[in-house]
Design a protein around this ligand. Structure first.
Ligand code: NAP
Length: 281
């Protein structure tokens, strides 16, 4: 039985877990395979049932590992994958999606994202996504690494308003989206999917996160993740290839940072006061 954890709403009202799991760099080292599968399955048991992957990761190897990890658990999971921009043409996206479905050993994706903007016109990609939706191959579609002007352009394309989310680099050390992109998404009732929520394990060596972590008996990773989870309209997909990290991340859901702790964080990791271009990892 899977736990019910905190959730956010997609624009159509469907609830999805606020804390999910990423998979980048999984399935690439045979020696790590068993631990990665165990970590993903442990996360699902805890209720972190939203799982993000991409055809790019390990050039399909990550989707293959995830397909294995989902054995017997697929129906509990909100499964997300991403298409390469060069595969995002009207017809190419059908073939790319079929390949992802095969590797993931599933009949459909819950969400399919354009990994980042490439040279294919957005109108074509939207047409391709909508055809996949009509065919029952995907339930929802969205984008990734789209800045505010890209979102505006997407809304001007026929069918563009069916986009349900934008997966972006957002964490305590990368707060640029707070200036205009997060407000834009909130206005359009689209939750933001925060990738690299613990900054790909590159958080600064010394910051107010250390004091908060020490006072709370937690790790800086847990504090950084709790900070992201505390932001309204944001859900997060930390990647953890070890069961102990999955348990630690799950516990971050319980941590509610106080106003003083948030203020200390703001003095070091300053909120943006002007537009910053969207960063990509
Ligand atoms: P991340 O989740 O911020 O960090 C992952 C790193 O942090 C791993 O080295 C992991 O170690 C470590 N870690 C996680 N939880 C920890 C904990 N509680 N204690 C200590 N270490 C911990 O970075 P990410 O993988 O870049 O981002 C997450 C997911 O977002 C990706 O896996 C991918 O699905 C997605 N993503 C999307 C894009 C995009 O362009 N759309 C870009 C980047 C990422 P272990 O693995 O050893 O546990």
């Amino acid at each position: 039985m899977t736990n019910d954890i905190a959730s956010v709403s997609l624009p159509d009202g469907e609830r999805i877990p606020k804390l999910g799991q990423g998979t980048w760099e999984m399935g690439e080292q045979p020696s790590r395979r068993a631990a990665e599968i165990a970590a993903l399955r442990a996360g699902i048991e805890l209720g972190m049932t939203l799982i993000d992957t991409a055809e790019m990761y390990g050039e399909g190897a990550t989707e293959t590992l995830l397909g294995e990890a989902l054995a017997g658990l697929r129906e509990r999971v909100f499964l997300v994958s991403k298409v390469y921009p060069h595969n995002a043409g009207r017809r190419a996206v059908q073939a790319a999606c079929e390949q992802s479905l095969k590797r993931l050993k599933t009949e459909h994706l819950d969400l399919y994202l354009l990994h980042w903007r490439g040279s294919v016109p957005l109108a074509e990609t939207v047409e391709g996504f909508e055809a996949l939706r009509r065919a029952g191959k995907i339930r929802h579609w969205g984008v990734s690494n789209f800045d505010t002007d890209d979102m505006d352009e997407l809304m001007s394309v026929p069918g563009g308003e069916a986009c349900v989310t934008n997966q972006i680099l957002y964490n305590v050390a990368r707060r640029g989206p707070e200036f205009d992109l997060l407000p834009w998404l909130a206005e359009h009732k689209m939750p933001a999917m925060a990738y690299s929520p613990v900054d790909h394990a590159r958080l600064p060596k010394r910051s107010p996160l250390d004091d908060i972590a020490a006072a709370r008996g937690l790790s800086v990773f847990q504090v950084a993740l709790a900070w992201v989870l505390q932001q309204p309209g944001v859900f997060a997909i930390p990647k953890a290839g070890r069961v102990e990290h999955v348990h630690d991340n799950f516990r971050a859901l319980e941590l509610k940072l106080s106003a003083d702790e948030c203020a200390a964080i703001d003095t070091y990791f300053k909120p943006p006061r002007s537009k910053r271009s969207l960063e990509m990892l």
